[in-house]
Design a protein around this ligand. Structure first.
Ligand code: GDP
Ligand code: MG
Length: 432
């Protein structure tokens, strides 16, 4: 007979060192050993360790990347997963990388999977996040072999979208994408069902908390599709009202985590909602913004400012559709505010990723203002260089630096567009 237990991790211990201890005994019942005391000691030792590594209120995760032996971009792929996890509000305890041909059943292979799960228990993780798209069968096999919540890259991205979608349509779209993504992973009455509910990865933006059965999910999907239809009809109506009233729309967009929502809130904070019918029905992601009207700069002194879900590189195709749908609303924008994070070392790549999607959506010819946000985080010299490189306006949504200049720039841009339209109209009249 034998008993086994997890060993508490030691400082800076790396993955792979003995995770458990097994003791072989001849007769367990005659063993002179105080198990209660032993377990208490062991638990307190584990707790002392996790006290240092865990952050309160955040889910704790171990990241796992399985890459082909020849893969050269595994490091950067893992780095990106780390960033996505941080953006989703996850506390990262450890990340493990494995070079092997992915196992069709368990991704890692059965033995390795057990080792990884043991390591997760040791460091006190609640979630295990894989840097890939898990096939439904793989997700189920892994879920069935551990109590941990199992997420893949797409689920993590959907979770970020769920946290960040503000417009009613955007929220419904993300919820729909989550249900569609999870549907093949769920088997009726499967244990994994409850594992997706609540918290990270199971956070529905709407009322669905992803704890439904398959048939219910199918019903829910068609319900959501109906709702989205209705909402887009309302949107068309609102759009028509705005056009009739000549209220221009200005959309904030950019990579995820650059500070779009913070900027949106800061800019519109003093512009409290009024009981104007046109604005009362607005989505949380649309608010009116009053522009400075001095110097006769603009006749349209009020615009609708729109916040959007953030862009992410290498978006899986099935998420792309949902993501583009959440961006549908920016098609009515006269001006796009493309926000960059000035403190991000990968600023140029991020901007490129956004530009590519805009091009794909045929939005690259809409007037754009480039904004360098988080300028409070870098030196003046760097700000100067970046503003020149990107022909941008430096701001900080937190401290408020540059916001006045930004609002004036929006007004000028709209004024320019107005003049262009005017000229076009005159020219077309002149032809007759
Ligand atoms: P979004 O994904 O683009 O909407 O980004 P959020 O508005 O949610 O902001 C992401 C993070 O960046 C939050 O932690 C913000 O507090 C932070 N942030 C936003 N703007 C600034 C800024 O101007 N300066 C600094 N230092 N942090 C900022
Ligand atoms: Mg946001």
């Amino acid at each position: 007979m034998a008993y086994a237990h997890i060993m508490p991790p030691r400082e800076k211990e790396s993955f792979g060192s003995a995770g458990s201890h097994t003791e072989v005994v001849s007769d367990l019942s005659r063993l002179d050993f105080d198990f209660a005391e032993f377990i208490e000691e062991l638990e307190s030792e584990l707790a002392t360790y996790t006290e240092k590594t865990h952050k309160t209120g955040k889910p704790n995760a171990v990241l796992v990347g399985v890459y082909d032996k020849g893969a050269s971009d595994s490091e950067s792929s893992m780095l990106e997963l780390r960033e996505l996890a941080k953006t989703a509000g996850v506390n990262i305890l450890d990340s493990l990388m494995q070079k092997r041909t992915p196992d069709p059943k368990t991704l890692l292979g059965k033995g390795k999977l057990e080792e990884v799960i043991l390591h997760c228990l040791k460091v006190g993780a609640d979630i295990i996040i894989f840097d890939c798209e898990l096939k439904p069968g793989q997700w189920r096999a892994i879920t069935n072999s551990t109590e941990l919540k199992v997420l893949d890259r797409s689920m993590l991205i959907l979770d970020i979208f769920a946290q960040r979608a503000n417009s009613s349509e955007g929220r419904l779209q993300v919820e729909l994408a989550q249900l569609k993504y999870n549907l093949p992973r769920l088997v009726e009455l499967d244990a994994g069902l409850s594992r997706l509910s609540g918290g990270i990865g199971g956070r529905g933006p709407g009322e669905t908390k992803l704890e439904l059965g398959r048939r219910q999910i199918r019903d829910k999907i068609s319900l959501l599709e109906d709702k989205i239809d209705k909402i887009s009809q309302q949107r068309d109506l609102r759009r028509k009202q705005r056009i009739d009233n000549k209220i221009p729309v200005v959309a904030i967009l950019g990579y995820t985590n650059v500070g779009k929502s913070t900027l949106f809130n800061k800019l519109t904070a003093s512009n409290v909602f009024v009981e104007n019918k046109l604005f009362a029905t607005l989505d949380p992601a649309h608010r009116r913004l009053r522009l400075p009207s001095k110097d006769n700069l603009t006749k349209n002194e009020t615009v609708i400012l729109t916040d959007t879900v953030g862009f992410i590189r290498h978006l899986p195709e099935e998420l792309m559709t949902a993501f583009k749908a959440t961006l549908d609303e920016i098609k009515e924008a006269s001006v796009l505010i493309h926000v960059l994070d000035a403190s991000d070392p990968e600023i140029a790549e991020r901007k490129k990723a956004v530009d590519e999607i805009l091009l794909e959506m045929q939005l690259s010819n809409v007037d754009q203002l480039i904004i360098l946000n988080k300028s409070d985080k870098i030196s003046q010299e760097k700000i100067d260089n970046l503003t020149t490189d990107f022909d941008a306006i430096a701001v900080s949504a937190i401290t408020g630096i540059g916001l006045k200049e930004l609002v004036i720039a929006i007004a000028k841009e709209l004024d320019k567009i107005g003049k262009k339209l005017e000229k076009a109209r005159k020219d077309s009249h002149a032809q007759f």
